[in-house]
Design a protein around this ligand. Structure first.
Ligand code: DC
Length: 223
C-alpha cells in the first residue's frame, strides 16, 4: 500500500506522515530529506549546481541509505541533523529543481515504494512518483500558521529565527517549488485536500485515518 502526502513547507506533512505510518505500522519515507541530503553533499564537495557534469559525477558515487526510519545516511555517514540546518534549507529548492537530481531520487523512491508498504511525503509524490498511489492527500495551511509551525520546529534544533525571516524563507521556497519546470509542487486532481490551518496534528491525523478506513479503494473529493 502506498499513501502519498504532498504539500508545501510547514503544512504538517512530516508529522502527519510519521504518525500515520506509526498508526498503520508501515514505513515512513520523507523524500524532502533525500533532496536535503543531496544538497548537503553538493555543499560538502563545493560543487556548483550549475556545473551539471560535476553534479552528475557526484550522483554517480552517491548512496543514500537508512540507519532507521528517521536517520538518513549519505555514503554511510549519518547526516539527519545536518540536513535540517538553515544553509541547507535555503539551498534545497534550487537543488531540487535540477532534472538530474529529481530523476536520481525518483528512481530510488520508486524502488523503495515497490518493496514496502509506506506513507511517502513530498511535493510530487501523488502527481509524478506514484500517480497510482492507493491514497493521495494534499495538505495546506495559511502562511502565518505554517511559519509559526516552522519556527517551533527550528527552535527544537536550536535555531531561533524571527517569524518574518521564516515567512520570507517559506514564501521563497513555495515560489521556487511551485514554479520550477520539472515536477512542480502541484495538487493532483485526484488527491484529497486537507486544510490544516485550524486543525491540530491529532485532528489532521484522525481525519486522514477516517478517510482511509472509510474508503480503502481511494477517493477523490475535497475535505
Ligand atoms: O519537505 P522539506 O522541506 O524537507 O523539502 C525540502 C525541499 O525539497 C523542498 O523545498 C522541495 C524539495 N522537495 C521536492 O522537490 N520534491 C519532493 N518530493 C520533496 C521535497
Amino acid at each position: 500500500m502506498i499513501i502519498a502526502i504532498d504539500g508545501p513547507s510547514g503544512s504538517g506533512k512530516s508529522t502527519t506522515a510519521r504518525l500515520l505510518a506509526q498508526h498503520l505500522d508501515i514505513t515512513h519515507l520523507d523524500t524532502g530529506a533525500m533532496y536535503r541530503v543531496i544538497t548537503w553533499g553538493l555543499k560538502e564537495e563545493n560543487i556548483d549546481i550549475n556545473d551539471i557534469s560535476s553534479v552528475n559525477s557526484f550522483l554517480e558515487k552517491t548512496n543514500i541509505s537508512y540507519k532507521n526510519a528517521n536517520e538518513i545516511m549519505l555514503n554511510g555517514k549519518l547526516v539527519s541533523s545536518d540536513i535540517r540546518k538553515k544553509d541547507i534549507t535555503s539551498s534545497v529548492s534550487a537543488v531540487s529543481a535540477l532534472l538530474e537530481v529529481r530523476e536520481f531520487l525518483v528512481n530510488i523512491q520508486r524502488k523503495l515504494g515497490k518493496k514496502i508498504d509506506c506513507v511517502i511525503e513530498g511535493r510530487d509524490i501523488g502527481s509524478v512518483v506514484f500517480p497510482n498511489a492507493d491514497f493521495k492527500f494534499f495538505l495546506t495551511a495559511d502562511l502565518d500558521v505554517r511559519s509559526m509551525r516552522r519556527k517551533n520546529e527550528l527552535k527544537k534544533i536550536g535555531e531561533d529565527l524571527s517569524i518574518d525571516e521564516i515567512k520570507a524563507s517559506i514564501q521563497r521556497r513555495d515560489l521556487i517549488d511551485s514554479s520550477r519546470e520539472f515536477s512542480p509542487l502541484k495538487r493532483s486532481e485526484d488527491s484529497i485536500e486537507i486544510d490544516s490551518t485550524d486543525l491540530t496534528i491529532n485532528e489532521q491525523l484522525e481525519k486522514i485515518i477516517k478517510i482511509i478506513k472509510k474508503n480503502k479503494e481511494g477517493t477523490s473529493k475535497h475535505v
